[in-house]
Design a protein around this ligand. Sequence first.
Ligand code: AMP
Ligand code: MG
Length: 427
Amino acid sequence: MIERAIVLSSGDELTTGRTVDTNANFIADKLVAAGLDVVAIMVVGDYPDRIAWAWQQAMQHAEVVIGTGGLGPTADDLTTEVLAQVAGRRLYMDQAIADRIRQMFAAMGRVMPENNLKQAMFPEGATIIPNALGTAPGFRLDIETERGGRHLIVLPGVPREMKPMIEEQVLPWLQQARGGEDVYLSHTFQTFGISESALDELVAGSIPSAEGRIAFRAAFPQISVRLTVHGPPAIASQRLAELSARLRERIGAYAYGEGDTSMEEVVGTMLTQRRLTLALAESCTGGLIGNRITNVPGSSAYFIGDFVTYSNDAKTAVLGVHAATLERVGAVSEEVALEMAAGARGLAGSDLGLATTGIAGPDGGTKDKPVGTVCIALATAEKSYVRRYQFWGTRDWVKILTSQVALDWVRRHLLGLDPSESGVLRR
Ligand code: AMP
Ligand code: MG
């Protein structure tokens, strides 16, 4: 059974922080999508003992190990040699590959340096994985260990060469080696307003591990929940539908969307369907919410405009916020947020008016209104809502969080829920 994988990147440029390990990122994503359990991503420098150690470790914990890097012609390219030793295989030169490398040099009008022949060396028994874009082919070595069969795959480090080798050769082999028909299907819920741990509690026990797997991914400010099932196509898709329905019920209104979508897209779709319009009055978010809304194609159907009023004077002159209110309770207050929302709605003639005012920091906080104090208000034809929040984090964090909560207010209102119950739990 092939269930677990480890991705092993090697190269001094990675361990010294000069190059970001994008290979592991790419490969792990493909493996997870194919339904494998990626146990670990390992990174080691170009030292024989460290490379050997990493392969030995990886082989203990996964049936498939995919390594990249160290296949070049130079002295610091050690992967093939070390792996042959680890696997107890001798090296041999593949004559056809050697000829091909020689031809590639000849085609460029150059003579092949002898050290390039190193790239034609393989551990005995290896299955060569051709490289259409470079001189170094990869290979796969299938070995038996005390813990069972292991498949060791080695690919070049150059991302442009590695990627098609993964997609065109490694993944199809994997699919076949894992036993034909079975497919892996997944469904994602995008959530907001609940912490990862609370979300975990909420879904706990809903999906028996034999039927599906749940993975959480926090990508500030939202957390996605991915459900993956596996089996013969018809059974898998039915099970996915059933388990998704169960999760949908559990997560409830915290799930703002399903699949690959954003809060602003969801809000846009809802406004369009209900034929409602929106105007904004932004202070601390400085136009961020308007930017997010207008990033969605078709937003002109529901978005009237954005009054970015940063100073007190602008709030008064543009939105009609009372100078007396500003004087009495300050710009960051529920009262001012309400007047801003009502002002934007009145000026734009929109169905909804949404306002933000707050202290994004790092300066400007006081004892009563520390950095992160944000007031959000929503004005509608029937009723207005307002709430003061205490957010946290850096300036950009506070702005992003404010924009997300404010958009969530619109979503919740359109669902018939109290918008001001939108929260951000920190635990
Ligand atoms: P190598 O196959 O070790 O000769 O790697 C060739 C080049 O590919 C390196 O110089 C890096 O620029 C790039 N590279 C190697 N490994 C990685 C990796 N894990 N992520 C991104 N780039 C890499
Ligand atoms: Mg290298």
